[in-house]
Design a protein around this ligand. Structure first.
Ligand code: SF4
Length: 252
């Protein structure tokens, strides 16, 4: 059962914001410190207002729950060789549960595929204390606050991408980055450029697109949004196939 909190806007604590813990190493401490800073961020007024409004008003189906209502840090194995990057938290998904891709249909697809490919210990992801552990994989997003209509502005994206750049720099074993959708692909290209890695001519996003930029293999995969999964544009075998390819490229 989801832990209840007195307020949906209480100050984040390390245990709330930490990515998956893995034994107190410096790497974990750095990721936890980053997660705390992400959770406390209020840089984008429009997104702060939206995430908190959604958390107050709630969806009827979740009326009894205390929404997270704050930015959502990445989650997973600090020693990951595969990084999976999405767009942003869903208003009633991660903005409710406080863990990226947790509690919505996209997450159902993603974590089931991660389980099938051996990156997750269970196929479901319903709340922060559900026992999910990732192994060899870390899941994150370009923008950390749920945006209205899933559309952050360019300025909001640019405000937030430095968090992703910092996260990537702390995940020192990452070899493969799976970008879920064109937005994540473009965001990751920007992050890699910030880190001095660029490839010309630029490779465009497609499902199955693959390129090497700096030390990273970049893989494009359709986002497991309902728009893609309902229409059959993305099937479960397609998603599993991309994660298997990521595992092969990572040599794990
Ligand atoms: S989107 Fe990112 S930069 Fe903007 S308020 Fe949220 S965490 Fe901060």
């Amino acid at each position: 059962m989801t832990k209840r909190r007195k307020s949906s806007h209480s100050e984040p604590r390390p245990a709330d914001c930490a990515s998956q813990r893995a034994g107190g190493s410096d790497k974990v401490a750095d990721l936890e410190h980053l997660a705390l800073r992400i959770c406390a961020c209020r840089r984008c007024p429009r997104l702060v207002a939206w995430r908190e409004k959604v958390a107050r008003e709630k969806r009827a189906a979740f009326a009894q729950e205390t929404y997270w209502g704050k930015p959502v840090p990445g989650f997973g194995d600090p020693r990951a060789s595969v990084l999976v990057c999405g767009l942003a938290p869903a208003a009633h998904g991660a903005n409710r549960t406080g863990r990226i891709f947790t509690g919505d249909r996209s997450g159902d697809w993603l974590f089931e595929a991660l389980f099938q490919t051996g990156f997750a210990n269970q196929p479901h992801s319903t709340h922060r204390d559900d026992g999910l552990k990732l192994s060899g994989c870390y899941v994150t997003a370009c923008v950390r606050c749920a945006p209205p209509a899933n559309r952050p502005t360019t300025a909001e994206r640019d405000n937030c991408l430095p968090f992703l750049a910092e996260e990537l720099s702390l995940l020192k074993n990452v070899k493969v980055i799976v970008c879920l959708g064109a937005y994540a692909w473009e965001g990751m290209l920007r992050v890699l450029r910030m880190s001095g890695h660029e490839r010309k001519p630029k490779v465009r996003f497609a499902h199955g697109a693959q390129t090497m930029i700096g030390p990273y293999h970049l893989l494009g995969c359709y986002h497991p949004s309902q728009q893609n999964t309902f229409t059959g544009r993305l099937t479960k075998p397609m998603l599993v196939g991309m994660l298997e390819r990521a595992r092969q490229l990572a040599g794990s």
